[in-house]
Design a protein. Structure first.
Length: 262
């Protein structure tokens, strides 16, 4: 039987006045799965990621990572198991690319320790693996959006965790950069055997990219399964309160969403 990496049971969360933005969410994710969460704005996708990442801790219900409740990990322990790549990463200082990738190693350092044996090799290997050789001394803030994304992903890989949580990894990227980034993430997570849970706004990219899709609407999961199973007109139209047609991609036989223009 497959072991679950992440088990969420009856998860509810409210920011203010007991208004629940997550309502009894149940979700199991297995090792090495690439899972995408889709859903309209405000449906609770980012809140779900933040609860799983241990950023929001006053939730109701259960979130178990490798069978242990996430609340019982301290932040450093969580950071050795989960990397949370949020939508925006904009350091206030002019760090170089290499310094940013090195930040991925911080969870492994003791107080006042700036590096440990093995850090340098991991950082160098990651820079090489993500084609960032030659970029090491460039200032992160001066890079293009696509280059920044690549560096942030390198930092995430250098953190060397078994779970990656990605909040809109392709936001602000053009169609080709999105494709390149998607292929890069896909190949690296398969190569390193990572489990990925990501939030995606681009439904067509999510369908091509993910093994499994979770559809959220109004704080609840309303469907989950393979892209073929959940990209049904009634499900997508209900979740997004829209009117679209689903077709099969003519070249890769994955479902794609077309807006009906009337
Ligand atoms: P999504 O990622 O699907 O767009 P979010 O998880 O960001 O949705 O938000 C879900 C709901 O929670 C929204 O109604 C949003 O306004 C609310 N919300 C998000 N963050 C906060 C916050 N820090 N304080 C209060 N309400 C919040």
């Amino acid at each position: 039987m497959k072991e679950d990496v992440l088990n969420v049971e009856n998860l509810s969360y409210s920011y203010v006045n007991g208004v629940k933005v997550l309502k009894n969410v149940n979700l199991k994710i297995y090792e090495k799965e690439l899972v995408g969460i889709i859903g309209p704005n405000g449906s609770g996708k980012t809140t779900l990621l933040k609860c799983i990442a241990g950023v929001l801790r006053n939730y109701e219900g259960k979130i178990q990572i490798f069978k242990r409740e996430v609340k019982t990990f301290n932040r450093k322990e969580v950071a050795k198991i989960i990397t949370f790549v949020s939508q925006s990463f904009s350091p206030a200082f002019d760090f170089t690319v290499k310094e940013i990738v090195q930040m991925g190693r911080i969870p492994y350092h003791k107080l006042f320790q700036s590096s440990i044996i093995g850090d340098q090799k991991i950082v160098d290997d990651t820079i090489l693996a993500l084609d960032l050789k030659g970029f090491e001394n460039r200032v992160f803030n001066n890079l293009s959006e696509g280059e920044k994304r690549r560096v942030v992903f390198a930092k995430a890989l250098a953190q060397d965790t078994s779970i990656l949580l990605l909040d809109e990894p392709f936001a602000h990227l053009d169609i080709n950069y999105s494709y390149e980034m998607a292929r890069l993430i896909q190949s690296k997570v398969k190569e390193y055997g990572k489990t990925v849970l990501g939030v995606f706004h681009n439904l067509n990219m999510a369908s091509l990219f993910c093994d499994k899709i979770v559809v959220m609407s109004d704080g609840k999961i309303i469907a989950e399964g393979t892209p073929e199973e959940v990209y049904k007109e009634d499900i997508i139209n209900r979740a997004f309160k829209t009117n679209c047609t689903i077709i099969s991609h003519p070249k890769v036989s994955k479902p794609q969403v077309l807006i009906n223009w009337s």
